[in-house]
Design a protein around this ligand. Structure first.
Ligand code: FO1
Length: 316
């Protein structure tokens, strides 16, 4: 069994690749919920929805978030009456937020709601939130601290990044299915999808108990670099690394995860860095990591599984 930690678009793509190779009983996709927020009284879970829509094959590939062939009547009408319109909610997407909020208000956990949405979309693989508790990623910048969507959407990631902290994380525990998967005797590897290390993967690692559970699972941990040729495929990862003074390359990714990872999958474009990374005790696989098609996703997923099969957990 494989546990994959995923954030937004990059996470959804590799997760999709893994679903093409692994049976539903062989994969648990644990998704970042640090981006979640209450907006217009609806509970929005952008990363869960990115994975959900991708596996349901209804995702918008151009925009990178939301549902394809979307209409915007709600947003336009809201704008006309002076409502908040900085965060775009498409008509189809809105149905997810309304139904999720209704179920949560009724007392269901986020895991239960996510399972129900997966069933409705006929998704057989397990998509689980990192936690059922409400936590919020707060981005620390030179201009002050901002909740993630404020920094990402409203401020377009402009303020200089200095770090992150999380609201409500102290009380959080991993979602039951995530916790169980990390303890499952049939677990063979843990994957970090090519998601932003600071605002997608680190929030998952920061849920109390998760870091130790990963460290002690005794199986190889493999990351896929979200940086290719000095750039992030999508989002602010490269900008954040530069602002922290890290090399904007897979070397910076290796440095960030340090001893936590046993292997790193990097792009062909970064082949020259393989030796330096391997010298730090991390196994490297060089391949195409830019996922433009479902075939690319499945090939990268297979390469990642292959690397895991050649490695063992540090110290074990
Ligand atoms: N991203 C934007 O840049 N602008 C938006 O108005 C926006 C709306 C939105 C609505 C629902 C949703 O699930 C995602 C949405 N996103 C939007 C993307 C979201 O900010 C990002 O997917 C993540 O939080 C980063 O992983």
């Amino acid at each position: 069994m494989i546990v994959a930690l995923a954030g937004g678009v990059g996470g959804a793509k590799l997760a999709h690749g893994l679903t093409r190779i692994l049976d539903p009983s062989e994969l648990v996709i644990a998704v970042n919920t640090g981006d979640d927020f209450l907006h217009l009284d609806y509970f929005i879970c952008p990363d869960l929805d990115s994975v959900l829509y991708k596996l349901a094959d209804i995702n918008d590939t151009e925009r990178g978030w939301g549902i394809r062939d979307e209409t915007w009547n709600f947003m336009e009408s809201l704008k006309k009456i002076g409502g908040e319109d900085w965060f775009q909610l498409g008509d189809k997407d809105l149905a997810t937020h309304i139904e999720r909020t209704r179920r949560l208000t009724e007392g269901q956990t986020l895991s239960e709601v996510t399972r129900a949405l997966c069933q409705q979309h006929k998704i057989a693989h397990s998509i689980v939130p990192m936690t059922d508790h409400r936590v919020g990623t707060v981005v620390d910048t030179k201009d002050g601290d901002f909740f993630f969507q404020d920094y990402f959407v409203r401020l377009r990631c402009e303020p200089t990044f200095t770090g992150v902290h999380y609201k409500g994380m102290e009380e959080a525990v991993p979602a039951p299915q995530f916790k169980a998967a990390l303890r499952d005797p049939s677990l063979t590897a843990i994957m970090f999808c090519p998601s932003n290390p600071y605002v997608s993967i680190d929030p998952i690692l920061s849920v109390p108990g998760v870091f130790n559970a990963l460290n002690n699972a005794g199986v190889p941990i493999i990351a896929v670099s979200p940086i290719i040729g000095g750039q992030a495929v999508k989002g602010p990862a490269a900008k954040m690394m530069a602002e922290l003074g890290l090399p904007v390359s897979p070397r910076g990714i290796a440095q960030h995860y340090g001893n936590l990872i046993d292997g790193l999958v990097i792009d062909n474009e970064d082949v020259d860095l393989a030796e330096q990374i391997m010298a730090t005790g991390i196994g490297v696989q060089v391949t195409n990591t830019l996922m433009k098609s479902a075939e690319d996703e499945a090939l990268l997923a297979q390469e990642t599984l292959n690397l895991a099969a050649t490695l063992s957990r540090k110290g074990s």
